[in-house]
Each structure stands twice: as C-alpha cells, then as structure tokens.
Design a protein around this ligand. Structure first.
Ligand code: SF4
Ligand code: SF4
Length: 120
C-alpha cells in the first residue's frame, strides 16, 4: 500500500523540468534561468538522466514531498505538485513571482547576472 502511494506520488510529476534549472530567489521573485540547468537534466527530453538514483548521485537534488508542495515558495505554478496542493486548498506558500530568464519563455536578465541553485 505504501509503495503504491509512493509510486502514485512520483507519477504526479509532469516532467516539466522547471525545478532542474538554475534558480535564485530575490525577495518576492524566483528567477529561473532557462539556459542553465543541472548537469543531469536533458533539455531535449525534459527529463533527468539519473532519475532513479538522483537522490544519491546528486546531493543538491531534493525529493518533492507533500510538505514542499504545500510550502515551497521556489516551485513554479506549473509544477504538478503545486497544482495538486492548490486543488486541495493545501497550498500555503506565499506567492512569489516567477521570472523566466535567458530562455524562450519571456523575460531576460542583463548580461553577466549569474543564477544558481538547482533543486527538484
Ligand atoms: S535536479 Fe535532480 S531531478 Fe533534476 S536533473 Fe538534476 S538530478 Fe535530475
Ligand atoms: S517543477 Fe514539479 S512537475 Fe516540474 S519537474 Fe519539478 S517536480 Fe516535476
């Protein structure tokens, strides 16, 4: 039963890959750099190349838990776990504006600004 629940939780991820991009939090904004990502992220397939072993092979990688879904402010609205929490009125994180930078999703930063910090 526990295994089934864990599997169903894992399958909620829609593989958008947004949490695998470099990010920095500044005040009420999360800047997601769409040109820079974790070394294990494959931008062509939007997937993790070491998914099963990611938590042991990549020490900065984090498993998304219901707690993250409810409270993590760095997760974008596109995240399936955020949507899961929101659909159950369990999303308590203060809203942060997400800015996509240096990619094809919109905003851009000035040259030379560095972003860092992958997490999933
Ligand atoms: S942040 Fe984690 S899930 Fe994303 S590509 Fe890296 S190891 Fe994989
Ligand atoms: S942001 Fe959420 S839905 Fe997208 S890859 Fe990360 S955990 Fe999965």
């Amino acid at each position: 039963m526990f295994k089934l629940l864990a599997k169903s939780w894992e399958h909620k991820c829609n593989r958008c890959g947004l949490c695998c991009h470099e990010k920095v939090i500044i005040g009420d904004e999360v800047l997601l750099d769409m040109n820079t990502h974790c070394e294990h992220y494959d931008p062509k397939t939007h997937s993790c190349k070491i998914y099963i072993e990611r938590l042991t092979l990549h020490r900065r990688c984090r498993k998304i838990t219901p707690f993250h879904a409810m409270f993590a402010r760095y997760l974008p609205d596109e995240c399936a776990y955020v949507q899961w929490a929101r659909s159950r009125h369990l999303r308590f994180a203060l809203k942060r504006r997400i800015r996509f930078v240096q990619g094809d999703r919109g905003d851009s930063l000035s040259d030379g600004e560095a972003l860092f910090g992958t997490q999933s």
